[in-house]
Design a protein around this ligand. Structure first.
Ligand SMILES: [Zn+2]
Length: 384
């Protein structure tokens, strides 16, 4: 088994550097700095870094060893955080006992460190499993990976396994299933009128969208794992005008792909007839991230990770998360996907986000060993 304990200090030094560089999804310069720091590290161990430039967002990186000819394992980790410029200065990297704090410390700067050190370790130990890996570091995961999805899918071609580096759960669990997410916009057109002198002539778009909101919310079905949330609502032009316009943004989560068809059918049905006669309703939107579902192959991958964990003395549970990740893309391409392979921590997207420090080396060992065994399995099946 690979042992990384002596690397801890070096890993924490790099982590501190990364956490203290702001890299919010909209802060291109910050993300590109993170990319530059990591590129140098990868190049120092002989890897090639391909920069995929972006105009507005941070550049995406694809990293592999020059001798990696047909790698079967892909790793996806994101460099962006949800925090605005100035956050790192306000609350920089800090260690207290066995915990490290700072913006993005576990979502997912610790994972960036972990992937690099897993590669370093495989190189140092001369396990050629590092030639079986292609790494995508993307810049916009926190805002839906709109600019990196096609790159993830391109790298995903010909891959058998996808290791997604979101943090492990507080209890150390890995993520084996995720809900899919869809977004819709609803626009209602009403008929304006002065609410004092000609109230009866108006048709309120706000009233109409209120009815629709209630109906849409009733579609939520916890048992089936379907949720519908009108999270943004705006409308009207002034207090004394019957609202001529109203808009809603709707977030829908589903557990499997069949559900989305039914959800969309119902939403269209609800929006097809106005409750307030004389108003008009339009709905548009789609599934953004498909659900991450288990497959025969992904179950084998999950069992392998759990088995290695057991050998390390870790009981690794499975978690089903409502939030989406880049694992949704790889999973829907039929690649055996497991997520939550980053170090252990919690409170992501909050001021008290933390990393469980001892998990940093532990999860890196788990990752390196997983890659090693996946490569071994692959090589033996090829020989047969
Ligand atoms: Zn994340």
């Amino acid at each position: 088994m690979i042992d990384l304990k002596e690397k801890m200090e070096e890993m924490l030094r790099l982590l501190k550097k990364l956490v203290n560089l702001d890299s919010g999804s909209y802060y291109k310069q910050g993300i590109d700095e993170i990319g530059a720091v990591l590129s140098k590290e990868y190049e120092s161990i002989g890897f090639n870094v391909h920069v995929h430039p972006q105009d507005e967002r941070g550049n995406n990186l694809v990293i592999r060893h020059p001798e990696a000819l047909d790698p079967k394992v892909m790793i996806v980790a994101h460099m962006d955080t949800v925090f605005p410029i100035g956050t790192a200065e306000k609350r920089p990297f800090m260690i207290e006992g066995n915990y490290a704090y700072g913006p993005g410390v576990v979502d997912m700067k610790a994972s960036l460190v972990s992937v690099l050190f897993a590669m370093k370790t495989l190189v140092e130990l001369q396990f050629d499993a590092y030639k079986n890996v292609e790494i995508v570091l993307n810049s916009d995961e926190e805002i839906g990976s709109r600019h990196s999805r096609s790159l993830i899918e391109l790298v995903g071609k010909e891959k058998e396994y996808a290791l997604i580096m979101e943090a492990a759960g507080k209890d150390g669990s890995i993520v084996t299933q995720r809900k899919g997410g869809a977004r819709y916009k609803i626009k209602v057109e009403g008929v304006p009128a002065h609410s004092g002198s000609e109230h009866e002539k108006g048709r309120s778009a706000i009233e109409e969208i209120a009815y629709k909101t209630i109906k849409l919310h009733k579609m939520t079905d916890y048992k089936e794992g379907i949720t519908v949330n009108v999270g943004l609502l705006k409308g009207g032009t002034s207090a004394n005008t019957i609202a001529p316009i109203a808009e809603a943004e709707v977030d829908v989560r589903i557990t499997n792909l069949e559900q989305i068809k039914e959800v969309e059918r119902k939403m269209k049905e609800i929006c097809s007839v106005p409750t307030i006669k004389g108003t008009k309703i339009k709905i548009a939107g789609q599934l953004n991230r498909p659900p991450m579902m288990k497959s025969k192959k992904s179950i084998e991958l999950i069992r392998l990770v759990q088995e290695i964990g057991k050998e390390m003395g870790l009981e690794i549970k499975e978690a089903f998360r409502g939030g989406c990740s880049d694992g949704s893309f790889t999973s829907s391409m039929g690649i055996a996907t497991v997520d939550g392979l980053g170090p252990v921590g919690g409170n992501g997207h909050r001021d008290d986000e933390y990393l469980d420090i001892s998990s940093l080396t532990e999860r890196t060992e788990l990752l390196a060993e997983t890659i090693r065994r996946l490569t071994h399995v692959h090589q033996t099946t090829q020989i047969k």
